[in-house]
Every structure is written in structure tokens, then in C-alpha cells.
Design a protein around this ligand. Structure first.
Ligand SMILES: Cc1ncc(COP(=O)(O)O)c(C=O)c1O
Length: 388
């Protein structure tokens, strides 16, 4: 197994001999102080000062206008789809290479995931292939485009910034404009990633983040929606808090709302974490550069790099094995596991999951290739001493 051995040797050279998980959180700031504050003030649930503080910190960091925090990234996407006006039976374009939550959010909203292909360069949606495809399969009626085969309206697109790498968002925006598609950015993995100095999530009508324990910073579980649209922000906040009308004592709800607000306890953790986000980013950049140097020496393996037009947060480093197969890839994963290095493959393309198998889709050859060939490397921010 020369290839697997070479890969493991290279990983060890960069991160050392101990046991390695893919991504671990790091707490060395005000986490305990802020958490204690929530408990000592009895404000542990969705009312409390840390929710607003954390939202303001996200707004400031991303330079968006509004932030609404949520219970997780999946519900941030779900709520965004509903608030943006995606309706029952609309089709939503989504890459097959993404976390399952992206497609589930579409299903929760009553819409239909329509799977599109990705490209190896960015691991995001392939804009060239998408444009040719839409030209072929759509018909315009009024101001909307419909799927000729299913007769359903194609209403939205969810570009995903996979592992923190920015997809070709400029080209995707152009396609979205041409086909009158709402753009809901899945920036769950991309806090701290930029495209031409503009933060991920600020390109679409809304952008969604996840603060799950495995992300670049965490709130335990949590998410957020950012937008520059004041009315939409108001609507999202209202829907996320059970659509409750302000009143001194009555419980009045004007539409079906959701109980999706982030609790103060989680926001307190997030508030402390985001104070150290730039340190996490610096550490991850350093790790990425070390991997770059090391994997240059490994034949038939390429480290995935974000193209020059953008800056990744380097959340999860990934390698691409040339001429790979599932068998070849699994040999690497298996040998790594025996060596206490817990590598992971890319997600199984969503259209291959049984319950999503009958959803509309284009040719997805590149996605299958990515699935067979890509492996994530240990990528925690804790490999360097960043406490200072
Ligand atoms: C690309 C992507 N989309 C959506 C999500 C959903 O976020 P969460 O796990 O917070 O629900 C995640 C994170 O797990 C993700 O990686």
C-alpha cells in the first residue's frame, strides 16, 4: 500500500505522532466566564444579552447588516427557504456534494431538491455545466423558469462553500439572475472565508452558518442567518421566535412560526469563541501551508487549494487522489484508522441516498469522482500554540 503509507507519513510529518481526530474545538478564552454569567443571571434560554451580543459580533465580522442566530445550521437554511418565499413543490438547485442537512432543509420547506454537479477545483457547484443544463431543461413562463420535465418552478439555488473553500459565487450569481433564482448561501463551513474581500454568505439574499462542535468556532450547537435586507431580517426573526406578537402578557402568534432561536447559553459560548476567531484562522492557515509543502512531495495526490480569487478559512484540509477508486480510497482510510488517524471521506453524494434517489438531477459524474477521490485531513486549530 505505497500510496496509503505515503499519505500517512506525510500527515504524521505535519501533525505529529499522537492520535488525530478530524477537527476538535478549542477553548482558551472567556468561555467559562461568559457561561457562568448566563447561569448566575438565570438567563440560559432564548432571552438574554449574549444572543444580541453574539449576533452583533457576527454582523461586525462578516460586514453584513443583520444577523439572526438559530438553533443550528440546518434550521438556518430551512427558515431561510421559508422566509425567502420558497413554496411547496418548488425545485431548489443544490449540489449533491454537501452535508445532508442542506437537502433536508429543502425537504422540510416542502420543496424538492434538484441535484447539480460540482467541480474538482473548488468542490462547489460547477457554473459552466449548470448554465448549459438550465438552458436545456427549462422553459420560461412569465418571470419564472420551469423544469420542462417535471413542470415545477425552479425557484432557488443553494451554493455551498465546501470545507470553507469559496465556490465560483460570481458566476453562480449571474446564472441565478438570468433564471430568476433566489440565492441562499450555505456558508455553514465558511465563517472566515472571503471572495475578493467580501465575506462568504454576503452574496446571496441570505447566508447561513453552522456553529456545530466541529466547525471553525462553536456554540455547542447553533447557526445564524445573515442578510442585508431589513424586511427579510425582521421576518426571519419573527418566524424564528414562534411568530409571537409583542405583548406584555398575551400569547399571540400571527402565523405558523418556529422555535429556532439560539439559547443565551449557546450564544455565550459563541461570543467567547468569536473573540478568538482570527487566532483560529491564523493557525489553520499555517497548518494548510504545512500540508501544501508536504503533499507536494507525494505522487498522485493533490491538496485542494482555493483559487486565487478567494481566501478559504481552511476549515477542513482535503486531498484529491488521482485515478482513485472507492477501494483505493478505503485502503487509505483503513490504514489511517489503524494508525489512530481518523480521516473521513467526502459525503456520499446525496442523490445516492435512498430517500433522495428519485429527486431530479443532472449528470453528476464529477461529484462521483470527488466522492471516490477526496479525503479530509486532521485540521484542528490546536496544532499550534495560539493562546497568546
Ligand atoms: C455544508 C453544511 N451545510 C449545513 C450544515 C448544517 O449545520 P448544522 O449541523 O449546524 O445543522 C452543515 C454542518 O454540519 C454543513 O457542513
Amino acid at each position: 500500500m505505497p500510496l496509503a503509507n505515503d499519505i500517512i507519513k506525510s500527515i504524521r510529518k505535519v501533525v505529529g505522532k499522537q492520535k488525530h481526530h478530524l477537527h476538535e474545538p478549542l477553548f482558551f478564552g472567556n468561555e467559562i466566564k461568559y457561561l457562568k454569567k448566563t447561569i448566575s443571571t438565570n438567563l440560559v434560554s432564548s432571552v438574554g444579552p449574549f444572543v444580541k451580543k453574539f449576533e452583533d459580533q457576527i454582523t461586525k465580522f462578516t460586514k453584513s447588516k443583520y444577523t439572526i442566530s438559530t438553533v443550528n445550521g440546518t434550521e438556518a437554511l430551512h427558515l431561510s427557504l421559508v422566509a425567502c418565499g420558497v413554496k411547496n413543490n418548488d425545485e431548489v438547485l443544490v449540489p449533491t456534494i454537501t452535508f445532508v442537512g442542506t437537502a433536508n432543509a429543502i425537504v422540510y420547506s416542502g420543496a424538492i431538491p434538484h441535484f447539480v454537479d460540482s467541480e474538482i477545483e473548488t468542490l462547489g457547484i460547477d457554473p459552466l455545466k449548470l448554465e448549459k443544463y438550465l438552458e436545456k431543461i427549462t422553459i420560461k413562463k412569465g418571470k419564472f423558469y420551469f423544469n420542462k420535465k417535471t413542470k415545477r418552478k425552479i425557484r432557488a439555488i443553494i451554493p455551498v462553500h465546501v470545507f470553507g473553500n469559496i465556490c465560483k459565487i460570481d458566476k453562480i450569481l449571474k446564472i441565478a439572475k438570468k433564471y430568476n433564482l433566489l440565492v441562499i448561501e450555505d456558508a455553514a463551513e465558511a465563517l472566515g472565508s472571503f471572495f475578493k474581500n467580501k465575506h462568504a454568505g454576503t452574496f446571496g439574499l441570505v447566508g447561513c452558518f453552522s456553529f456545530n462542535g466541529n466547525k471553525i468556532m462553536t456554540t455547542g450547537g447553533g447557526g445564524a442567518i445573515i442578510t442585508n435586507n431589513k424586511l427579510l431580517a425582521k421576518k426571519i426573526k419573527h418566524l424564528s421566535t414562534t411568530a409571537k406578537i409583542n405583548h406584555r402578557w398575551e400569547y399571540i402568534h400571527d402565523v405558523v412560526g418556529y422555535n429556532f432561536r439560539m439559547p443565551n447559553l449557546n450564544a455565550a459560548l459563541g461570543s467567547a469563541q468569536i473573540e478568538n476567531l482570527n487566532k483560529f484562522l491564523r493557525s489553520k492557515r499555517k497548518l494548510f501551508l504545512r500540508y501544501c509543502k508536504e503533499f507536494l512531495k507525494v505522487n498522485n495526490v493533490i491538496l485542494i487549494k482555493n483559487p486565487e480569487f478567494s481566501k478559504s478559512n481552511n476549515w477542513l484540509n482535503a486531498i484529491f487522489i488521482k485515478n482513485s477508486s472507492i477501494k483505493k480510497r478505503n485502503k487509505v482510510l483503513s490504514l489511517a484508522q489503524k494508525n489512530q488517524i481518523f480521516l473521513r471521506p467526502v459525503w456520499k453524494p446525496l442523490h445516492t441516498l435512498k430517500y433522495l434517489n428519485n429527486m431530479p438531477r443532472m449528470n453528476l459524474d464529477a461529484a462521483i469522482k470527488i466522492y471516490k477521490s477526496c479525503i479530509n485531513l486532521p485540521s484542528s486549530a490546536s496544532y499550534f500554540d495560539i493562546r497568546k
